[in-house]
Write a protein that binds this ligand. Structure first.
Ligand code: KIV
Length: 272
């Protein structure tokens, strides 16, 4: 773990808020399974998001809509077993919280109880305030998510940058303030202009984590499989790839296949 990582035994929603206050940037990455989460946690990532992007990168769906609450709980439990330092936040999946605050509360309770996660994340602004307020009554911390909200992909039709127009930008800023006022402990802003994201981060006291939202926010999040270069066909401008694992893994596996076919594996030392 790098010496730049804050020496915190266990990240909490309060330590995130403290980091914003002190101007210490927050690192967040997704993870969906025990082995990857173990490495992400050991590397000092502050927050692990069990994102519903699992629907894309783990299950191969085109959108985040199909993943179920049971599947999210399965992924979250695996990550919780691995995370010793990071705060674990779990996405409430599509259909488990919109329009019915009682169902929202039940979904959030199931995630917390059955996975052992520390907080949940919900997509949307004032239109889901009733659900947010109800979940908060149970003492469950909530991270909001504004801007590009992939669960609403069929409403917008594209994954392009959001809130470029004045009206949408104004609504986003109002939504951010409403989420803070309701009691959300943090907020994700996805794929919006950097200037707007910075303005939001300065207008609220809760930490704002950006993905494709520039450097003027309080922290950054990326999808793990994207930043490791496992999803080589997905190349938005905001994505920085730290490895090219798609190529490295396929090359390693094809070497293994060759070794088996050519009877080079196993050798004398690799048997009993
Ligand atoms: O599901 C996810 O991975 C997310 C991030 C993109 C923020 O919500």
């Amino acid at each position: 773990m790098s010496s730049i990582v804050p020496k915190i035994k266990r990240m909490t929603t309060h330590s995130m808020q403290e980091m914003k206050r002190k101007g210490v940037k927050i690192s967040m990455l997704t993870a969906y399974d025990y082995t990857m989460a173990k490495m992400v946690d050991a590397a000092g990532v502050d927050v692990i998001l069990v994102g519903d992007s699992a629907s894309n990168v783990m299950a191969g769906h085109e959108t985040t809509l199909p993943i179920t609450l049971d599947q999210m709980i399965y992924h979250a439990s695996s990550v919780v077993r691995a995370a010793e330092r990071a705060l674990v936040v779990v996405d409430l999946p599509f259909g488990s919280y919109q329009g019915d605050s009682k169902q929202a509360l039940n979904s959030a309770i199931r995630i917390m109880k059955e996975s052992g996660a520390h907080a949940v994340k919900l997509e949307g602004g004032v239109e889901i305030l009733e659900s947010i307020r109800r979940i908060l009554t149970a003492g469950i911390p909530i991270m909001g998510h504004l801007g590009l909200t992939p669960q609403s992909i069929y409403k917008f039709g594209t994954y392009t940058v959001r809130a470029k127009e004045e009206a949408e930008a104004t609504k986003l800023l109002e939504d951010a303030k409403a989420l803070e006022e309701a009691g959300c402990f943090s907020l994700v802003l996805e794929k919006i202009p950097a200037k707007l994201a910075e303005k939001v981060a300065k207008s609220v006291d809760i930490p704002v984590i950006g993905i494709g939202a520039g450097g003027g926010v309080d922290g950054q999040v990326l999808v793990l499989h994207d930043m490791l270069g496992m999803t080589h066909q997905f190349s938005p401008r905001f994505l920085r790839r730290y490895l090219s694992l798609y190529e490295e893994i396929t090359q390693a596996v094809s070497r293994y296949v060759e070794d088996v076919k050519l009877k080079h594996f196993p050798n004398e030392d690799e048997q009993y």
